[in-house]
Design a protein around this ligand. Structure first.
Ligand code: ATP
Length: 307
């Protein structure tokens, strides 16, 4: 007779993307502490890889470019994701989760959320649970407001806390350059600073401009570049003044549009094509102002089992 554990696969590998917010409108702070968002997410081709294998207890290891920065304990969102799926399957979460990390950490690219989304999918496949998509979505929303989007990928409009998604029509492929920094920025601190800078009387509800959605539908990067916007950008620049110089530098080197990604400090530059992206990567790297510059494209798929 075959035991249940003998039926489990040796390992499951999931690939999961980072994101950039093409538009990030942030409403006033609510009494719950949260902010209503109106955002357009795009998944981009900077990927983490999550590998799940059997182990004696739940454990996390990190590898790749940023693996050393990944929390190895229950504070890692991937840990919580594994516990959620195991509980739903009536299994013990005795799993080794290896995170091969290329998405910069505390960078405004949803790296932690990506690992949570990837682990949800990997554990579901590992246990052969076949959890229905709406239940996986609900688990994702419990883990963090960016997690549902990363599970889906592509391009989407996010409302509520960013976790209520609706599809966005988008044509073609957009080229990006991401200027990254070794030292991250705290998301909570950037929201707090935004509230302080706006003052108590701020009460504007956020809204995504139609022009941005039209540019996506047309696949028009020049037009999209004109409408990129992030309400958190001022606070990110106030916290890290070099970001202003980096954004200006990229614009002078021909970017079609530029903004701070999420709560920063990563700066995202939309460029016309691959050749422009390579030029900008070289320019930014030689500026001495950034720690790295990466060419990526979007939209790409969300979390996906690859082995
Ligand atoms: P977001 O764009 O969703 O606000 P971020 O990209 O700015 O997030 P993350 O890379 O998710 O930031 O990291 C934020 C913090 O979350 C880190 O300082 C880290 O302590 C914690 N964290 C938890 N799980 C992870 C993970 N798997 N990878 C990286 N950081 C994680």
């Amino acid at each position: 007779m075959t035991s249940a554990s003998a039926l489990l696969p040796a390992q499951v590998v999931v690939r999961v993307p980072g994101k950039v917010n093409l538009y990030l409108g942030v409403g006033p702070r609510e009494f719950t502490g949260y902010h209503e968002l109106a955002t357009v997410f795009q998944a981009v081709s900077i990927f983490d890889e999550i590998t799940v294998t059997a182990a004696d207890t739940l454990q996390i290891t990190g590898g790749g470019k940023y693996g050393h920065l990944v929390p190895k304990d229950e504070t890692n969102l991937a840990w919580k994701a594994a516990q959620l799926v195991a509980k739903a399957c009536g299994e013990e979460p005795n799993l080794a989760i290896h995170i091969d990390k290329s998405i910069p950490v505390a960078a405004g690219m949803a790296g932690g959320s990506a690992d949570a989304a990837g682990t949800l999918l990997a554990c579901d496949a590992y246990f052969g649970a076949g959890i229905p998509r709406d239940e996986l979505d609900a688990m994702a929303a419990m883990l963090g407001s960016d997690v549902p989007f990363i599970l889906h990928g592509g391009c989407a409009l996010g409302s509520g806390r960013g976790d209520v998604l609706s599809p966005v029509i988008t044509r073609g492929n957009f080229h990006w350059v991401f200027a990254t920094f070794t030292e991250g920025l705290s998301t909570a601190m950037i929201y707090e600073r935004t509230d302080e800078m706006r003052g108590m009387e701020f009460n504007q509800a956020p809204d995504v401009p139609n022009e941005l959605l039209a540019a996506l539908a047309q696949g028009n990067p020049a037009e999209l570049g004109r409408h990129l916007h992030n309400d958190l950008q001022e606070a990110a620049i106030a916290s890290r003044s070099v970001l202003k110089d980096v954004l200006e530098y990229g614009r002078d080197l021909g970017a079609l549009g530029e903004l701070v990604s999420g709560s920063g400090p990563t700066c995202a530059f939309l460029v016309r094509d691959e050749a422009s992206a390579i030029d900008l990567v070289v320019g930014l790297k030689s500026s001495g102002m950034v720690d790295d510059a990466i060419h990526a494209h979007g939209p790409v798929h969300g979390a996906r089992v690859i082995r």
